[in-house]
Design a protein around this ligand. Structure first.
Ligand SMILES: Cc1ncc(Cc2c([C@H](C)O)sc(CCOP(=O)(O)OP(=O)(O)O)c2C)c(N)n1
Ligand SMILES: [Mg+2]
Length: 538
């Protein structure tokens, strides 16, 4: 077996199900082995940001590893932003980069794709990954790969693997997975007992679930725990979509002043707020009407549990949830809450479109045809998603990079085989929407809702006087056919309903519905968000 095959088998054993990539001369040798070995399917896309976002989304939706394969220099450095997004949002993404062979630097020439030194790329990725390795020693490679992939899964953060092109076909032993890190049983018990005592003492305990619950595949167990503890559950903004299909007392998504009043009230008045796998960041908490005193909460994140002024170290979320379930008796009755009612039954008349109409039309579509997993870009399309029924959702809710939506939708379909719904603004579509041109080769057929307000509208809400937020009119619908799909521009509710019905009925080609939204017409959530931020900053 050669080094690349050993690596591919290890990736598969650690939960990778496909590779997204763009080759280059430094990567051709290992791409050849990927293609010929058929250990993992390879999907090439058109621009490395799309490769990174697609691989990230595949990791998020499957709870496995996402794999992004690129060439050295121009390819890998083109993907820094998606890897940084994966790091910030705790997505287990593996970056495979080709690299110069051992002797190439000895010729004394600068190499093409070299930025500063031959090691610069490695140093850049050190900053946005939790572990890195250059596979320049076939003897050491199996243990190096085992360590790096174990850390990728354990910390749910990206890792960087550089494959010098003179190493990829070297004979190499298979990789033996590292055993899971030991957990101190007594510390775990003490931590669980203290959490239970805190929750029992609280008069208004509540559970907030965040991204780590999905990253470690804990949704069903956390739903069971919420039922047993009889805790109302909310998701963080980033955690939207969590527990969508679980039998859990889910109240909604916490968004402070921008969110549902009953959710805001529950979270901000709770005297026993249990943050499970929640990243404590501004998009999750920045819009709190009353500053939540985090010192009064229980926070479990990054293998640490903080209660008040003290912390328990090395308590993985899985071990914590499992031990809580061991200690909390099964519920005698099923505990559920009145589900929040979302906009629905859109009136299919000639009225112009608003984001709330779009959410209602999507809810009607899902009520009739079943839920669709959603990949959303940032912008008002993501705020609109807060009015869509709970369903699997991948979105860069915290790192907030544009360009995620379309490639992430392709990643979802590659990973799950399910047809996704993609929500994207016109500005973000201009960045990576062209990846739709790859759908035909792979038989992907997402339904794309393109929110066209001819504007960087989110920016305009903060700085309305700036004309540079005007994007002008791009004929996105007309471009769809050239990319191998079907496009339609709609400006009324009736036209939207008809376009969605046609899209659902058409399989095998992506369906792009360009939604003409009048300037300044915002979703209810973004309207509340902007008003809330202005009030908090006043
Ligand atoms: C890669 C990238 N570049 C720039 C930004 C800044 C930015 C926003 C965030 C605040 O940083 S929101 C926004 C406008 C988005 O426009 P569009 O996709 O059309 O959506 P909408 O019209 O709904 O706003 C920009 C440019 C970003 N988030 N990501
Ligand atoms: Mg826009």
């Amino acid at each position: 077996m050669n080094l690349t095959e050993s690596l591919l088998l290890a990736l598969k054993a650690h939960g990778a199900r496909q590779i997204f990539g763009i080759p280059g001369d430094f990567a051709l040798p290992f791409f050849k082995i990927i293609e010929e070995s058929q250990i993992l399917p390879l999907y090439t896309l058109s621009h490395e940001p799309g490769v990174g976002f697609a691989a990230d989304a595949a990791a998020r939706i499957l709870g496995g590893l996402g794999v992004a394969a690129v060439t050295y220099g121009a390819g890998a450095l083109n993907m820094v932003n998606p890897v940084a997004a994966a790091y910030a949002e705790k997505s287990p993404l593996v970056v495979l980069s080709g690299g110069p062979g051992k002797n190439e630097s000895r010729a004394g020439l600068l190499l093409h794709h070299q930025a500063k030194t031959l090691d610069s790329q490695f140093q850049i990725f050190r900053e946005i990954t939790c572990d890195q390795v250059r596979l320049d020693d076939a003897e050491r490679a199996p243990s190096d790969i085992a360590r790096v992939l174990a850390n990728c899964r354990r910390y749910s953060r990206p890792v960087y693997i550089e494959l010098p092109r003179d190493m990829v076909a070297q004979a190499c032993a298979s990789v033996v997975a590292m055993p899971a890190a030991a957990v101190d049983d007594e510390a775990l018990d003490a931590c669980v007992e203290e959490i239970r005592a805190r929750l029992q003492r609280a008069s208004r305990p509540a559970l907030m679930v965040g991204v780590e619950v999905r990253r470690f595949g804990l949704e069903a167990r956390v739903a069971e725990l919420a039922r047993r503890l009889e805790l109302p559950v909310v998701t963080s903004f980033m955690g939207r979509g969590l527990l969508a299909d679980a039998d859990a007392p889910l109240l909604g998504t916490y968004m402070g002043v921008a969110g549902l009043p009953e959710v805001t009230e529950l979270v901000e008045t709770s005297d026993g707020l249990f943050l499970l796998g929640v990243i404590v960041c501004d998009t999750n908490f920045g819009v709190s009407a009353s500053k939540i005193d985090l010192r009064k909460t229980i926070q479990a994140l990054d293998e640490q549990v903080t209660i008040g002024y003290h912390s328990y170290a090395q308590i993985p979320l899985t071990a914590l949830v499992d031990r809580l379930l061991d200690r909390v008796p099964a519920a005698s009755r099923s505990y559920s809450l009145a589900a929040h009612s979302f906009p629905c039954k859109m009136l299919a008349d000639q009225a112009p479109l608003t984001p709330t109409d779009i959410a209602a039309a999507v809810n009607d579509l899902m009520a009739e045809h079943g839920k669709l997993p959603i990949a959303s870009d940032i912008g008002d399309c993501l705020f609109t998603a807060m009015d869509i029924e709970h369903t699997a959702l991948v979105a860069p809710g915290y790192y907030a990079t544009m360009g995620f939506g379309v490639p992430a939708g392709l990643g979802l379909q590659a990973a799950t085989g399910q047809r996704p719904l993609i929500l994207v603004g016109d500005g973000a579509f201009q960045m990576t929407g062209w990846e739709l041109g790859n759908c035909q080769r792979y038989g992907w057929d997402p339904i794309v809702l393109l929110f066209n307000n001819a504007s960087w509208e989110m920016l305009r809400t903060f700085q309305p006087e700036s004309r540079f937020n005007d994007l002008g009119h791009w004929g996105f619908a007309e471009m769809a056919a050239g990319l191998g799909g079907d496009g339609q521009r709609v400006g009324s509710r009736a036209a939207l309903k008809a376009a969605l019905d046609k899209a659902v009925a058409t399989r095998g080609r992506f369906q792009l519905i360009e939604l003409s939204i009048p300037r300044g017409v915002l979703s209810a959530t973004l309207t509340r968000f902007v008003a809330g931020v202005k009030k908090l900053n006043a």
